[in-house]
Design a protein around this ligand. Structure first.
Ligand code: LCS
Length: 400
């Protein structure tokens, strides 16, 4: 391997959410909460960023940009960024889009908040699939827009959409927007062409716009195929695609995402309301990621595949009643441990207090998630093994 994913990097003192932000994010800043662990004793497997160093190609590009000495107001004027990003989606996923349709935001989440505001009238509703990344719900709530949820169906750890339920919900509610997560956080499903075609067609037939959040698309297990939703519906302008180098290349702190808005009216509204400026270091990082990051990503994916295999082996040996399938994408494992701890416990709190492991329990994922834990596997294998050992020990201690 050219890149070192085994290296342990201390994130204390870097203002990292992962090690300094958990009290606020996971436990609402509850002041009376105490843990029998010092902050630096926790194993952090919660927030969706990685414990791996950025690709050296990206670090070099950022340093080179700093060498230009001025970081004044910036916007993407040069064509190299778009060339790199367009080439990325074309060569990897066979998807091309009009460069003019691509706008940038400080993240997919800020874009969700704004797009819901632009798209939905006050009496209209947003459809999401549960379990769900929490911010889909927060973004609707932040706009006072009612949320309609359709539970995914879980068959022995493998999730699928409940199309009968989706059609029923659409028939019974004034839904104008569907937020899809493809690949799906937290279950890791990469929706296949048939599923995407069916969902897309139902939405289009009912005049429902779709925001397809594809932020996890590059983190595929080897052998998996991902299809951008918009590729399947080249004639419609009702699909908005969100992609970013942040998850793929561990650049979340750069606050940069690509939002591809085909609808002219909506894009005009976006441009009218949004500042066009982009952090110049983010541009340098994103451009280097898409232009020079393939080899790093390739090795990262091998490393993650092996981490997932490691988790499978561990569960079979130590927690055989856990229900788990290796996710098709993402670095997040979604494990049903209700056979051990039931469905009532706050698992986020349980593992923080009894294992010194920070992870997200089902309570963080809107609905249809009781008894599950989400474990972030994007960490050096030695940390993963230690985290899993602690998780299993806490469970066994609780049930004996
Ligand atoms: N969309 C999805 C589906 C995500 O999983 C995340 C990050 C984001 C958007 C955030 O995008 P940003 O605003 O940073 O561009 N997911 C996280 C998670 O599950 N825990 O911590 C972050």
């Amino acid at each position: 391997m050219k890149y070192d994913f085994d290296k342990i990097i201390n994130r204390q003192g870097t203002n990292a959410m992962s090690v300094n932000g958990f009290r606020e994010y996971l436990f609402n800043g509850e002041e009376n909460l105490t843990f029998p662990f010092e902050d630096d004793e926790f194993i952090s497997m919660w927030i969706a960023d990685m414990e791996f160093a950025m690709a050296p190609e990206i670090i070099t590009a950022i340093k080179k940009r700093l060498d230009q000495q001025i970081c004044g107001y910036s916007q993407i004027f040069e064509s190299q960024y778009y060339q790199a990003f367009l080439n990325w989606t074309k060569t990897r996923y066979g998807w091309e889009f009009d460069k003019e349709h691509c706008v940038n935001s400080f993240g997919v989440v800020p874009a969700l908040y704004d797009l819901i505001e632009y798209i939905c009238q006050p009496d209209e509703k947003v459809l999401i699939f549960t379990p769900s990344y929490g911010y889909f719900k927060h973004a609707a709530a932040g706009n006072n827009i009612e949320l309609i949820t359709s539970d995914l169906i879980c068959n022995n750890g493998y999730y699928s959409m409940d199309f009968a339920d989706i059609e029923k919900k659409i028939k019974n509610n004034k839904i104008s927007l569907c937020i899809l997560c493809n690949p799906h956080n937290p279950t890791g499903r990469v929706w296949n062409k048939d599923e995407l075609t069916q969902l897309g067609q139902i939405c289009l037939d009912n005049n429902i716009m779709i925001i397809s959040d594809e932020i996890h698309c590059d983190l595929l297990r080897k052998g998996q195929v991902y299809t951008p939703l918009a590729k399947l519906f080249p004639k419609t302008d009702k699909i908005i695609t969100c992609m970013a180098p942040s998850k793929t290349f561990n650049l979340a702190g750069f606050m940069f995402a690509n939002i591809i808005i085909a609808n002219d009216e909506l894009r005009c509204k976006w441009k009218e309301k949004q500042l066009p400026m982009v952090n110049p270091l983010s541009i340098a990082a994103a451009q280097a990621a898409y232009a020079d990051g393939s080899e790093w990503l390739n090795e990262l994916r091998d490393y993650l595949d092996a981490n997932f295999a490691c988790l499978s082996d561990f569960l079979i040996e130590h927690l055989p009643k856990a229900i788990y399938k290796i996710p098709e994408s993402t670095y997040l494992a979604w494990v049903d441990i209700s056979a051990y701890l039931g469905k009532e416990k706050n698992l986020t709190l349980f593992f923080a207090q009894h294992a010194g492991v920070l992870l997200e329990g089902g309570n963080m994922f809107v609905a249809n998630a009781d008894g599950y834990i989400r474990i972030n596997l994007a960490c050096p294998r030695s940390r993963l093994k230690e985290g899993l050992k602690r998780i299993a020990a806490a469970i066994h201690k609780d049930i004996t």
